[in-house]
Design a protein around this ligand. Structure first.
Ligand SMILES: [Zn+2]
Length: 423
C-alpha cells in the first residue's frame, strides 16, 4: 500500500485578478453607468442589455432612485414601437444630484467647465496666463481663482461641487495624485491632488492632459462605442491617450503612453526631457519654432508667445514660402513615423489627432498620411481611420470633468473598488 504523502500546499494557477477589478464592477454600478450612457432607458431594456433579471433591475434601480442618483422620466418616443407594450417611463440620471468641475492647466491658459451629474455643460471659463512654469502656490492661486469664476458663472458656490478633476501636461500618477514632472510646475514630485484638495476643500483627481482628451472622446465623442482607440495630442508637446477595452490604459506605474518621448532618431534633436531624438523634438511647437529660427533665420524675441511665431510660419507656408512649407513637411514626416508605430503596436480601431496645432493642416497633409501607410506593416487589411479634432482646451477640461464624475460615481457605488479602479 502506498504510503500517504503529506499534502503539499497547493499553489493554484491562473491570473490573480483582484476582486472588483475594472471588468467586475458591482452590478449597481453597472446599472448606473448603463443608464448614464443611454441617457434615458426603460427598465426592460436595461435588464436585457445587462443580461440580468428584470426583478434584479427593479430592486437595484429602486435603491438608486431612493439614493437620489437616478429618476423616472417619460420614456422617449420610439417610432418603431407599436403603441401597445411601449414602456411609459424610462430611467435617467438625476442631473442635479451632483455637479463637478473639470480644469485643464496649460502653458498658455487655464480652462474650466462645470457639468451636472449627467455630464451636461453648465458653465465654462478661461483665464489666459504668461507662459512658463509656476510654483505650486501660484498654480493653486490660479486654480482657485478660475474655480470661483466658473462657479459664479454657473450660479453655484464651491461647496455645491462634489469633486474637481484637473489635467496637467507631463508625467502624472493618477492613483497617487502626484505630478512627477510638468511644464506648468517649477517643482518636481508634487502631490498636486492632495494640495489642491486642501486648498479647495473638495475631493480632487488629477491626470495627464492627453489621457483626459482620450477620456473626453470616450465619454462624449467619437470613442464612445469603440473598445480600442488612440488619441494623439499635438500641443506644446506630443501626448497620447490610449483606450483599451473601453478603459484608459495607463501602464504598471501609470506612466505609460509617452508617445512624444519615443525615439525616432538616434542622436537626434534635443528634447525638453533632456534626451535626444524624441518624436516631440520634431513635431511639437517648440520644434517648429526651432526650425523656423534656424532655417528662416527668424529670431524668437524674448517674451514673444511661441504661437505668434508659429502663426507667422503657417501664414508663410500658406503663401507658398518653400522653406516654411518644408518645415511643416518634415514635422509631418516624423509624425507619420510616430503614427505608424502606434498602428503597428496597438492596432487601434481609430486614431484621433487632437489639439490646437491640428489647425496646421500641413502636419497631416495627404503626403503625411501616405507616408504613414507606407510605414505601417502591410497586413492586407485597411489601416485605421485617422480623424482630426482641432478642438480647443474646452474638450480637455470636459475630460477632466469626466474624471471627476468617475471619482464621484466610484465613491458612491463601489467604495471598495475605488483604489483598484482609479479611472
Ligand atoms: Zn523627450
Amino acid at each position: 500500500m502506498q504510503k500517504e504523502r503529506e499534502a503539499e500546499p497547493r499553489r493554484g494557477v491562473g491570473p490573480l485578478i483582484p476582486p472588483l477589478s475594472e471588468g467586475q464592477r458591482p452590478l449597481r454600478q453597472q446599472v448606473f453607468e448603463r443608464i448614464r450612457a443611454a441617457g434615458l432607458i426603460p427598465r426592460i431594456t436595461l435588464a436585457r442589455e445587462l443580461a440580468v433579471s428584470p426583478a434584479s433591475v427593479t430592486t437595484i434601480t429602486q435603491e438608486l432612485i431612493e439614493a437620489g442618483l437616478i429618476e423616472e422620466l417619460p420614456a422617449p418616443r420610439d417610432p418603431e414601437a407599436t403603441g401597445r407594450g411601449r414602456p411609459a417611463v424610462a430611467l435617467g440620471v438625476r442631473t442635479g444630484a451632483h455637479r463637478v468641475a473639470g480644469m485643464k492647466l496649460s502653458d498658455r491658459e487655464h480652462t474650466a467647465v462645470i457639468v451636472d451629474f449627467a455630464g451636461t455643460l453648465i458653465a465654462d471659463d478661461v483665464i489666459p496666463r504668461r507662459p512658463g512654469p509656476l510654483s505650486l502656490t501660484d498654480l493653486l492661486d490660479a486654480v482657485e481663482t478660475l474655480l470661483d469664476r466658473v462657479c459664479a458663472k454657473a450660479g453655484l458656490d464651491r461647496a455645491d461641487l462634489s469633486a474637481v478633476g484637473i489635467g496637467v501636461p507631463g508625467f502624472v500618477d493618477v492613483a497617487e495624485g502626484m505630478v512627477l514632472w510638468s511644464s506648468v510646475l517649477t517643482e518636481r514630485q508634487v502631490p498636486l491632488a492632495a494640495a489642491a484638495a486642501a486648498r479647495l476643500s473638495l475631493p480632487v483627481s488629477i491626470d495627464n492632459d492627453a489621457n483626459l482628451v482620450a477620456l473626453a472622446e470616450l465619454w462624449f465623442g467619437a470613442g464612445r462605442a469603440l473598445s480600442d482607440f488612440a488619441v494623439v495630442t499635438i500641443e506644446h508637446g506630443v501626448g497620447m491617450g490610449f483606450v483599451m477595452n473601453h478603459r484608459i490604459y495607463r501602464g504598471a506605474q501609470r506612466l505609460g503612453m509617452e508617445l512624444g518621448h519615443t525615439k525616432v532618431q538616434l542622436d537626434g534633436a534635443l528634447c525638453r526631457c533632456g534626451q535626444r531624438g524624441c518624436l516631440e523634438a520634431y513635431v511639437a511647437d517648440y520644434a517648429l519654432a526651432r526650425e523656423a529660427s534656424t532655417a528662416l533665420n527668424w529670431g524668437h524675441k524674448e517674451g514673444q508667445p511661441i504661437n505668434v511665431l508659429l502663426e507667422s510660419l503657417y501664414d508663410h507656408a500658406k503663401a507658398g514660402n518653400a522653406t516654411a512649407r518644408s518645415i511643416f513637411r518634415r514635422a509631418g514626416r516624423y509624425l507619420a513615423v510616430g503614427l505608424s508605430n502606434v498602428i503597428n503596436l496597438f492596432d487601434p480601431a481609430l486614431i484621433i489627432l487632437s489639439g490646437e496645432r491640428m489647425r496646421y493642416d500641413y502636419l497631416y497633409a495627404a503626403e503625411t498620411l501616405a507616408e504613414m501607410d507606407s510605414l505601417a506593416i502591410d497586413t492586407g487589411r485597411p489601416r485605421p481611420p485617422i480623424e482630426i479634432h482641432a478642438w480647443g482646451d474646452l474638450l480637455w477640461a470636459h475630460g477632466a470633468a469626466a474624471l471627476a464624475l468617475s471619482a464621484v460615481t466610484e465613491g458612491l457605488l463601489a467604495p471598495a473598488a475605488r483604489e483598484i479602479a482609479a479611472q
